[in-house]
Design a protein around this ligand. Structure first.
Ligand code: BG6
Length: 466
């Protein structure tokens, strides 16, 4: 089916995600020459809009490949309808059939809609809009439920229309350059793999910080909170890649088998191992936020992995909005080296800076240059933009490209999702049931001090040059 026509149906085409990510990424893939020669894109949503209006709308977010815009847009169409209506989906199918012109066709359904309507859409699409002479794939996005149980229900809902093999669950952090680099740095370099365990590593911290608030998404955010919004998915995915055993091969199933294994070995978060916070001003930022909301906008949790490689090594997951900077990184802190320099040296750290300014750097003790005999901390530094001139694709470009190619590697399998929920479900239920009030912190600060205290209790040493 290499030369088959590709038909993409974006359900929820007028939403934020579709406008900011889905369409620009499809367009960039076209610009890069990575879409099949024949393709059609149909935007589907409730609001009424002409093809022309739709094209104008989506192209507002196109930034590159100006000379290719027109050609791309000429293959984009819009159809308005109801999400739970077979009638609407058969109208979409009619458009596709006409554009496909009787050739063999693959169809991709991108669900940029709230999960509460996944089931209806999957069922309607399945019964009247799937291709009969090519593959059919469905792309879905979090939130995948609110806990283990609701997530399992969602999976069952989706399965009414599409099999696991046809399902691509996006966690866009897996599409980021540096996150994909984790396995390469770990497994392709003889320097790291032998020391990647409890004998040499003191702790691993995975950090997600944003310097913004909820930016018009207060309604959604207040219902979910930071643990469900990023910790259960983005941070846990990074943990899986940094902590997993060597997969048998790089096939999607082998990689995901190992991810499931390590995530299942994570002990559920215990109440002493979590700090939750809320920035001041959160309650007044958005009218959709409850006035007495106890939704956390910040959380630090310590995860313990019960397997021989990691016994005793704390994994710190730290995330928040309304902080002092925008940054995502994975910091592997090695144990101190005993001996003659023990007093004066600091701990080595290998840092994967996911964003901004992608880099991998290793903090080393080195002799201060010159007549001095002091030790100073320095860095072996691979900062991407200094070393490479290549354009780094947006995470969504990478992921949509992989769906077109049928590569499941960077998508979350159902058992993996379930294992990830099991780490957080008990503590989430407890926080909700006991109405635990988050600690207030100043917008634009480093977050509540209690977070630092928790991390220090687990032996994290902040380097002097940090
Ligand atoms: C999303 C969360 O999954 O990730 C948002 O819902 C968050 O709250 C976003 O802002 C961060 O993504 P990125 O790629 O900007 O780091």
């Amino acid at each position: 089916s290499e030369n088959a026509h590709l038909s993409v149906v974006v359900v929820g085409a007028s939403g934020d995600l579709a406008k900011k990510k889905t369409f620009p990424s499809l367009f960039n893939l076209f610009g890069l020459g990575l879409l099949p020669k024949d393709f059609t894109i149909v935007g589907f949503a409730r609001s009424k809009m002409s093809d022309e209006e739709f094209r104008k709308n989506i192209s507002k977010n196109f930034k590159e490949f100006k000379d290719k815009q027109e050609e791309f847009l000429s293959r984009c169409f819009y159809h308005s309808g109801q999400y739970d209506s077979e009638q609407s989906f058969s109208e979409v199918a009619k458009i596709l059939k006409e554009k496909e012109g009787g050739n063999s066709a693959n169809r991709m359904f991108y669900l940029a809609i709230p999960p509460s309507i996944f089931a209806e859409v999957a069922t309607a699409a399945k019964s009247v809009a799937v291709s009969e002479n090519g593959w059919n794939r469905i792309i879905v996005e979090k939130p995948f439920g609110k806990d283990t149980e609701s997530s399992a229900q969602l999976s069952r809902d989706l399965a009414t229309g599409f099999s696991e093999e046809q399902t691509y669950r996006i966690d866009h952090y897996l599409g980021k350059e540096m996150v994909q680099n984790l396995l390469v740095i770990r497994f392709a370099n003889s320097l790291w793999e032998p020391v990647w365990n409890r004998h040499y590593i003191a702790n691993i911290t995975i950090t997600f910080k944003e310097d913004i608030g909820t930016e018009g998404r207060g309604g959604y955010f207040d219902e979910y909170g930071i643990i469900r919004d990023v910790m259960q998915n983005h941070l846990t995915q990074m943990l899986a890649l940094v902590a997993m055993e060597t997969p048998n091969s790089l096939s999607a199933e082998d990689v995901r088998d190992e991810k499931v294994k390590v995530v299942s070995a994570c002990r559920p978060i215990s109440p002493e191992d979590i700090v939750v916070g809320q920035y001041d001003g959160y309650l007044d930022e958005d009218e959709k936020v409850a006035k007495d909301s106890i939704t956390p906008t910040f959380a630090t949790a310590v995860v313990h992995i019960d397997n021989p490689r990691w016994a005793g090594v704390p994994f710190v997951l730290k995330c928040g909005k309304g902080l002092n900077e925008r940054k995502a990184e994975i910091r592997v802190q090695f144990k101190s080296n005993p001996g003659i320099y023990a007093e004066d040296s600091e701990r080595n750290e290998l840092v994967f800076r996911v964003q901004p300014n992608e880099a991998v750097y290793y903090k080393v003790n080195t002799k201060r240059p010159g007549l001095s005999e002091e030790i100073a901390m320095s860095e072996l530094d691979l900062t991407y933009k200094e070393r490479y001139e290549v354009r780094l694709p947006d995470a969504y470009e990478r992921l949509i490209y992989d769906v077109v190619r049928g590569d499941h590697n960077l998508f979350v399998r159902e058992d993996e999702l379930d294992a990830a929920w099991k780490i957080f479900t008990p503590i989430l239920h407890k926080l909700d049931a006991e109405k635990v009030k988050p600690i207030s912190y100043k917008f634009g600060s480093r977050g509540p001090e209690e977070s630092d205290k928790l991390i220090h209790r687990y032996g994290f040493q902040r380097s002097k040059s940090y």
